[in-house]
Design a protein around this ligand. Structure first.
Ligand SMILES: C[S@@+](CC[C@H](N)C(=O)[O-])C[C@H]1O[C@@H](n2cnc3c(N)ncnc32)[C@H](O)[C@@H]1O
Length: 273
């Protein structure tokens, strides 16, 4: 596990980082000019992209609440968690189930440093550096081993990260490796950008700015990521349509008057059979 000094040494402020750009989109302060410039270019090119990011985060919050409150899940492995933000997974889970345990994993050193600072005194929550491309390293991480019991149902969150994994890296195989260790009754929560001109325009800006490229996919390409799992209702849905809240407790953000604007990212939750 990397110590704080080596993590700080890894932070690159010369190129935009997805985690810090995402923080800027969500109104956070843990980002640099290079991140804000790249995110603002995206908003100029695709104005609804900020709403899409907020709708994704709102899905994650609804998903965690649903799994903790309605499905009885008490442990969460959040891979590609990003920087700590409002309504973190542990806060949402604990509002429903105070004994919930959460491990956040991100490969971005800046996210890990900030996450650890936030969680320093919390024994049931950890933030560790890990890469989805190396699931066995995540599973062997001491914090994961300490807090997650894979013999019991667990929620694995792969939210807005798989579109940063190329086909060459075998995203279905990476999820399949995680599925192997997940007890029956576990859940996978996933969101992914669709193959649409708008995400492609954003992808061009990401690449030009030196940020990692992304890989929008069709529904038909995303559905196999749930192989070995059974999707719960409503299946793979565009973000605003995945179990929209009945009240404003967990607000659903959408561009004024147009759910259409958010129809380029889909999400689903599925049960390990
Ligand atoms: C768009 S943010 C999503 C954050 C959070 N999951 C959410 O949906 O609100 C994507 C995050 O995935 C992280 N990420 C991208 N590729 C990754 C990888 N291969 N392994 C671990 N984290 C990764 C980025 O650093 C970033 O923090």
């Amino acid at each position: 596990m990397a110590d704080e000094t080596s993590l700080t040494d890894q932070i690159d402020t010369g190129r935009p980082s997805v985690a810090r750009m995402y923080d800027h989109y969500l109104g956070g302060k843990d980002n640099y000019v290079v991140d804000r410039d790249a995110a603002d270019q995206m908003i100029s090119a695709v104005p609804e992209s900020r709403e899409m990011v907020r709708a994704n985060r709102a899905f994650l919050v609804r998903a965690v609440h649903y799994m903790a409150a309605e499905l009885g899940i008490r442990q969460f492995l959040d891979i590609g968690s990003g920087l700590p933000t409002r309504q973190n997974v542990h806060e949402v889970a604990r509002a429903a189930a105070p004994d919930s345990r959460v491990v956040y994993v991100d490969h971005d050193p800046h996210a890990v440093v900030h996450g650890r600072a936030l969680l320093a005194t919390d024994k049931n929550t950890a933030f560790t550096q890990g890469d989805l491309l190396y699931p066995d390293q995540i599973l062997a991480d001491p914090k994961v081993v300490e807090l997650i019991d894979f013999d019991q149902p667990v929620a694995v969150l792969i939210v807005a990260i798989l579109h940063f994994v190329s086909d060459e890296s075998d995203p279905a195989g990476l999820i399949g490796r995680l599925r192997q260790v997940m007890a029956p009754g576990s859940y996978l929560a996933l969101s992914h950008v669709l193959d649409d001109p708008r995400p492609h325009a954003i992808g061009n800006i990401l690449t030009a700015s030196g940020a990692p490229p992304w890989h929008p996919r069709t529904r038909e390409q995303i559905l196999p990521f749930f192989d070995g799992f059974d999707l719960v209702e409503p299946g793979l849905a565009v973000l605003p349509q995945w179990r929209p809240p009945a009240s404003d407790v967990v607000p659903l953000h959408r561009a004024p008057g147009s759910a259409e604007d958010l129809h380029w990212q889909v999400a689903g939750i599925a049960r390990r059979s």
